[in-house]
Design a protein around this ligand. Structure first.
Ligand code: GDP
Ligand code: IMO
Ligand code: MG
Length: 412
């Protein structure tokens, strides 16, 4: 069978957690394949709410939850996450690949140190040690799950190189306790599962524009956020690639620094931030807000090979006095719909097209649309979705009108 992939098409926090939970019934296993606890994927369903940091967001749907080795795991944060999840999901099947690299306290401290050293040019990372831990992996000095389990790991290089003191022995013991029940050859399990005709869903963290190669470097994360990385990370051959589902927030948000051409003035951003509860699920930081950015989305579509889109948070745009979309950029006096390199993007001026604003939708209006289907949505909302479909040339399969699982409508 095929492995489908859920990808964030913007700068993260598109609502990937909600989407994964919603489509999970179609799959046997859900696999996280990039990033680490910098991610925060929120699922609200059956009266429960949970923000996943490492664990795939299919827990409420009782799916096999797998962590591929191209991810990073911080055993201390994972332990807290497992204990919290036990309170809301009594049983779950979780396996972590033995090759997965671990984040140590040294790397968390180093993340802060580097941000401090950069001063005004800091990235605004989540301070979860992501950049330093992927660097340690590239330097071949990272402990992996298998190293912690075997106890065969020499930490002296950390002390020499990073000059950061921590009790490595105590850390290993704690990490071993957390990981020993979950360590597994995830790659082998996944391959068998695909060969047996089961369906697999890859769940990306972050978003396309935070990719370290194709994103707005240097204001990016440190592992690839695009669809091809699902296969590299999990060791699954590319021939199993199924469809790529792009998650697209109805407007744009960004946490941390870096260019964002369609950013709104703060007076309007404030309104959207409050109604959309746009505060980081991992760090609590206020998210920057902008209008939908078509050149950026076209670029994300190309890089990932998006087959269909899931639009989230459309309810948040309802009731605004204006509705705009950045359709092109003006760069040095020329108009283009191509997404340029990051240093050029800094100079890009958005060229907006105004659409008819979507009238305010209350809880009853949303329930009415959920009950009666997309056909019953306000015409302005349907026009907005048609506009995205036509300009992006991607089928929009679902629209999300609220954080809860059931607030989802199929677009016919
Ligand atoms: P992720 O990182 O892509 O999984 O997204 P986050 O969970 O960090 O952020 C998305 C936020 O929006 C979460 O608080 C979700 O519960 C919430 N959310 C998801 N879809 C919708 C929606 O359609 N409408 C509203 N109002 N909130 C949504
Ligand atoms: P999810 O999976 C939004 C951003 C940080 C910072 C940059 C680098 O919930 O969508 P890092 O800690 O990775 O070194 O930070 O990337 N960032 C995210 N922004 N959502 C995320 O994850 C993010 N993970 C990292 O804010 O700008
Ligand atoms: Mg998030």
């Amino acid at each position: 069978m095929r492995a489908d992939i859920v990808i964030g098409m913007q700068w993260g926090d598109e609502g990937k957690g909600k989407v994964v939970d919603y489509i999970a019934p179609l799959y046997t296993s859900i696999v996280r394949f990039n990033g680490g606890p910098n991610a925060g994927h929120t699922v609200i369903a059956d009266g429960r709410s949970f923000t996943f940091h490492h664990i795939p967001a299919g827990a409420f749907m009782r799916k096999k939850l797998l962590i591929a080795p191209g991810m990073l795991v911080n055993p201390e944060i994972l332990n807290e996450e497992i204990e919290s999840l036990k309170k809301v999901a009594s049983e779950f099947y979780l396996k972590i690949d033995i090759r997965t690299s671990l984040i140590t306290p040294a790397e968390v401290e180093l993340d802060k140190k580097i941000e401090d050293l950069k001063g005004a040019s800091s990235i605004g990372t989540t301070l979860r040690g992501i950049g330093p831990a992927y660097s340690s992996k590239a330097l071949r000095i990272s402990p992996r799950v298998s190293d912690v389990l075997s106890g065969n790991f020499d930490a002296s290089i950390y002390k020499k190189l990073y000059n950061i003191e921590f009790d490595f022995g105590a850390w290993v013991q704690k990490a071993k306790k957390t990981l020993s029940g979950y360590a597994f050859d995830v790659r082998e399990e996944l391959l068998k599962s695909l060969e047996n005709g089961e369906k697999v869903l890859f769940e990306s963290a972050q978003g396309t524009l935070l990719d370290p190669i194709y994103g707005t470097y240097p204001y990016v994360t440190s592992s690839n956020t695009t669809s091809a990385y699902a296969f590299v990370s999990s060791g699954i051959p590319f021939k199993y690639a199924g469809k790529v589902i792009g998650v697209l927030k109805a407007y744009t948000t960004r946490v941390g620094k870096g260019p964002m051409p369609s950013e709104m003035p703060e007076s309007l951003a404030k309104t959207v931030r409050e109604s959309g509860k746009e505060y980081g699920a991992t760090t609590g930081r206020p998210r920057r807000i902008g209008w939908l950015d078509l050149p950026a989305l076209k670029y994300a579509k190309e890089i990932n090979g998006i087959d269909e889109a899931f639009i989230t948070k459309l309810d948040v745009l309802s009731g605004l006095n204006e509705l705009k979309v950045a359709v092109t950029y003006a760069i040095d006096g020329k108009e283009t719909d191509r997404f340029p390199s990051p240093e050029v993007l800094e100079r890009a001026q958005p060229v907006y097209q105004s659409l008819e604003p979507i009238p305010k939708l209350g809880t009853d209006d949303i329930s009415h649309i959920i009950k009666n289907g997309w056909i019953s949505a306000p015409v302005q909302m349907k026009n907005y979705v048609d506009f995205i479909e036509e300009n992006l040339r991607v089928k929009v399969s679902y629209v999300s009108l609220g954080a809860e699982r059931e607030r989802t409508v199929k677009v016919d």
